[in-house]
Write a protein that binds this ligand. Structure first.
Ligand code: SF4
Ligand code: SF4
Length: 323
């Protein structure tokens, strides 16, 4: 989990000094877990806005002399650094990168921004009540050897994956290692067990169950959960202008009745429980059956922002146990 031979320990002051040079974006979740990070670093509402803005022009068009002329939209992309929580990093690697880059040539808009983004993962030293990353294949200390990994602890900050010219420090002492192991043991006690491997198939078997109506009645279909979810990526394309205008991409949500409304006026997901079922099954059944990984990273953000406290984890458990 923590390879002490790869890591160093540095003081909090040296770490903050180095952060100032890096000037990273810091996600709201990292800020919640790392209270001592100075407020000066920019915090996007959700990190996916850096890669996939809520509204962006893809190209401009004009109909002239009986022909359509298309003009690509120029957008400057600067190198940037981003500090993510482990669950958010998994959302980026296992879901967003898969969706936008999996098939060649992928999404050029996303790709250009992604190539300029340096990622640092900040390990969590505790799990909030709303967290369930370990149920869906994650861990509060998840990171990869190629990532920059940051873990604050009692003696300072533990860092792995540094490059040349980054912050300096010392190898972890026996005392540091002991303190870090205590964090790991504490997390092990807190972490809920993984969902069983049969869960995606079992959920799919319950597609027609009447329980969907029972568990979804309180949802308002406001879509807040989808906009804050780090793994949700649905979008709409709108031609803004008839003979001259812009093709605009905007975030969309499977919670909205219009999302699947056909031109014929038929709507395959016209009822609320059908839309919520789609959200649950896409993350916990369809996506894992296709990729081997859950489409939810257990960050709990959807529960935190939901005006009625609708809990996707409880819904999944109830579906497989009560249906
Ligand atoms: S689960 Fe909550 S946040 Fe999501 S659409 Fe329903 S009411 Fe809104
Ligand atoms: S569904 Fe909820 S818990 Fe899962 S990744 Fe999205 S916001 Fe996080």
């Amino acid at each position: 989990m923590l390879s002490f031979d790869r890591g160093i320990v540095t003081s909090w002051e040296a770490f903050v000094g180095w952060l100032r040079k890096m000037n990273p974006f810091v996600t709201p979740l990292v800020r919640e877990h790392l209270h001592a990070v100075p407020q000066e670093f920019l915090t996007p509402v959700t990190f996916k806005t850096l890669l996939f803005p809520p509204r962006e022009c893809l190209y401009r068009y004009i109909f002239r002399e009986r022909q359509w002329e298309l003009y690509p939209e120029e957008f400057p992309v600067e190198p940037a650094s981003l500090l993510l929580a482990p669950c958010e990093a998994r959302a980026l690697f296992d879901v967003l990168d898969q969706i936008f880059l999996e098939e060649s040539p992928g999404d050029g808009y996303y790709r250009r921004r992604r190539e300029q983004l340096k990622i640092g993962i900040v390990g969590c030293t505790f799990m909030e009540k709303t967290c369930f990353c370990t149920r869906v294949g994650g861990h509060p200390l998840f990171h990869r050897t190629e990532d920059l990994f940051i873990l604050p602890f009692s003696s300072g900050v533990y860092l792995e994956g540094l490059g040349e010219g980054d912050v300096e420090g010392r190898p972890p002492t026996t005392h540091d290692q002991e303190a870090l192991r205590k964090i790991v043991s504490f997390l092990e006690v807190q972490a809920p067990p993984p969902f069983p491997s049969w869960l995606p198939e079992r959920l799919y078997e319950h597609f027609e169950s009447a329980t969907w109506e029972e568990i979804t009645w309180s949802c308002l279909n406001c879509g807040a959960c989808t906009f804050f979810c780090p793994t949700c990526f649905c979008f709409d394309l709108v031609a803004d202008g008839r003979l001259k205008g812009a093709m605009v991409r905007t975030w969309d949500s499977c919670m909205f009745p219009m999302f699947t409304l056909h031109a014929s006026s038929h709507n395959p997901r016209g009822r609320k429980e059908q839309r919520v079922r789609q959200r649950v099954l896409h993350k916990f059944s369809y996506f894992p059956l296709r990729t081997g990984k859950f489409g939810c990273v257990g960050c709990g953000k959807c529960l935190k922002v939901c005006p009625v406290g609708w809990n996707i984890q409880e819904a999944v458990e109830r579906m497989v146990h009560d249906a």
